[in-house]
Design a protein around this ligand. Sequence first.
Ligand code: 173
Length: 318
Amino acid sequence: MRHSLLAVFAAALFATSATAQEVTLRAVSSFAEKTQFSRNFERFIDKVNADGKGVLKINYIGGPRAMPPFEVGNAVRTKVVDIANVTGAFYTNLMPEADGFKLISKPMSEQRKNGTWAFINQLHNQKLNAQYLARQYHNVPFHIYLNKKMAKLDFTGLKIRVTPVYKDIVQALGGTTITTPPGEVYTALERGVVDGYGWPVTGIFDLGWDKVTKFRLEPAFYSVEVNVLVNLDVWKGLNDKQRKVLNDAALWLEALDRENEAIIKAERERQAKAGIQAIDFGAAESKKFLQTANDVAWASVIKRSPETGARLRQLSGN
Ligand code: 173
């Protein structure tokens, strides 16, 4: 497995310099191929390859079968890959502030105008040796899914699969957390290693999790962020025409977020049809939950990154 992988990357390296004018970028996604949070990135690749004919091409190596999700950020930093589709939650080891991106839910059109994009791009330049090309899914929230019914909004006695996205709120409400990449969620549920998991409102059918999920806890919280990152040396080595192909496709990709409202509505209906019941403790409890979720997440970000975390909070308006 390791050897064949190395061969793929080595072959791709040679391909980069194959033609004088056209540049080929090697891409990976931190989510499984053809699933919810890879799909738009794959559309982006198709668009780049159509619009960039003779100028720039993306060679999609694949998802977690090609590279473990929690290694993707570092692979961009070290130029093991040139471009990647990855959530900040998977590279908080390199950039603690990335845990705060889930708290920024303004549309990207606004973030590009009010300095948020520029600030986050600077963080990526400095800490990840990367260009922050695009952010997707600002209007898709997360949930905690459960297999045990709760009597009140309290995770005491429950083991919940998390990433950094959900860790603080689950612990704040008494739960035990187990961090895993998405590829291990099904087995953990099936074997009863966990009683529930954090995940966005969309995408649970992709890997068959509906078969091992009984409840969806309300309310929805935070904001999904899946970013397209380009290694900074690669970015600087591109000419204006090549960068324009990527930048134009990035804006197009961000605008796909307009589709999310309808996708979320359909997904909630599909969950109901699959027998997944909503657990809802009402408006007052939900409000308290959202306040706690917001407070513990900012406290955690600002504790680890006092200055940059505070600046992020200011830009977020939350
Ligand atoms: O739950 C996760 O793996 C996670 O953190 C995430 C982040 C963005 C989109 C989907 C999942």
